[in-house]
Design a protein around this ligand. Structure first.
Ligand SMILES: O=C(O)c1ccc[n+]([C@@H]2O[C@H](COP(=O)([O-])O)[C@@H](O)[C@H]2O)c1
Ligand SMILES: Cc1cc2nc[nH]c2cc1C
Length: 355
């Protein structure tokens, strides 16, 4: 078995007994039953993933920012020059980006992964040099990646999840950086959900009407070129056809975490698109994923609906980098802390509701 098959085979469904224990325990805690709303379901989910109640606290947390460039940039789908990808990587490494500020706020570690930045990047602490290719090819002219590149990028992502967990992380957070990657995200989401390009293609970094219209047509042309959506398409072929190297890397990252039964907080539309590919490979992997937030990109809501995930935060963010997921980290940690620390009606001597 290769690493992808081995990882997919290691993904198992959630532990129903642990989930039942968590629901029963939530009902005995000193609060009206159900009063923690969605956070109760998050705690139940993490118990199911861990196979015990209470589950281990999801900390320390580590965010991996997968950075890559996109051949489809040549189609004029974003106003930002491609070199911004490499420049922002330098900014992440210098600690000057929003992801650094939010990670510091919630005590998460930041790792940057060069999985496909077009430029050569100098070695730096905090940078994992794992370039599979110097950017993808233009998906409107042929496949964005070879199947071998897509596989190697997924394997790279699996490897990163293993490394971060081996180094002590107990909650993984997805991050991304890649100018033009909302176009590839829209194409992946359309391919995996069957929704039309105009429903899932958004304004990315904030494109004008004319650029948005062109972007929709670029996604439509790429899908037509590759015969997508297709019922029987292999998820790796779909990634290779219209995905990005960071999408493939994140798909591997979230699969690897699921195989290790470590929770993942998904960031925005790029993670959502990557998670659709990962779920197509291993449907049970979604038991390890919490949607940190819903981004302003319309395809993100579509991806989350298809994954059956409810976003915890909705602040109209459209930044990427892992920022939305980092904001959700204290919510996920708080949901588990409740199971560890809150007294029961019995232990605290609080009277229960009358029948
Ligand atoms: O996370 C999101 O949902 C999100 C939404 C819009 C834009 N982004 C970020 O913006 C970049 C891609 O935007 P664009 O317009 O160049 O396709 C890329 O670096 C993403 O991290 C991210
Ligand atoms: C400046 C900038 C920062 C980003 N961070 C993630 N995507 C980005 C896109 C741009 C353009």
């Amino acid at each position: 078995m290769n690493l992808i098959e081995e990882t997919v085979a290691a993904v198992a469904p959630p532990d129903e007994a642990a989930m039942r224990d968590a629901r029963d325990h939530q009902a005995r805690l000193t609060k009206p039953p159900g009063s923690l709303g969605v956070l109760e379901e998050v705690s139940v989910k993490l118990a199911g993933l861990a196979g015990r109640c209470p589950p281990p606290p999801p900390e320390p947390a580590a965010v991996a920012v997968f950075a890559a460039d996109h051949g489809v940039h040549a189609q004029g789908v974003t106003p930002w020059p491609q070199e911004v990808t490499a420049q922002m990587v330098a900014n992440f490494l210098a600690g000057g980006a929003v992801v650094n500020a939010f990670a510091a706020q919630v005590g998460a570690d930041v790792t940057v992964v060069d999985i496909g930045v077009a430029a050569d990047l100098p070695p730096a602490p905090g940078l994992l040099a794992r370039k599979v290719a110097p950017g993808t090819a233009d998906m409107t002219g042929g496949p964005a990646m070879t199947l071998d590149e897509a596989r190697r990028a997924v394997e790279t992502g699996i490897g990163i999840s293993r490394e971060l967990v081996a180094n002590g992380a107990r909650c993984l957070i997805t991050g991304d950086m890649g100018i033009a990657n909302t176009t590839a995200s829209a194409a992946l989401i359309a391919a995996f959900t069957g929704l039309p390009p105009e429903r899932v293609t958004g304004r990315g970094t904030g494109v004008d009407d004319a650029t948005h219209a062109r972007k929709v047509e670029v996604v439509r042309a790429a899908l037509a070129r590759h015969g997508l959506p297709a019922e029987d398409a292999d998820p790796l072929d779909v990634l290779a056809a219209v995905g990005g190297l960071e999408h493939a890397g994140i798909a591997g990252f979230v699969l690897g975490a699921a195989a290790l039964r470590v929770p993942v907080i998904l960031d925005g539309v790029i993670a959502g698109a990557a998670a659709l590919a990962a779920a197509a490979l291993a449907p049970d992997a979604a038991a390890a994923w919490v949607a940190g937030h819903r981004s302003a990109e319309p395809g993100h809501a579509a991806a989350l609906a298809a994954l059956g995930l409810r976003p915890l935060v909705d602040l109209e963010l459209r930044l990427g980098e892992g920022t939305g997921a980092l904001l959700a980290l204290p919510l996920v940690q708080g949901s588990v802390r409740v199971l560890h620390e809150v007294a029961t009606f019995d232990s605290a001597g609080v009277s229960e509701k009358e029948a």
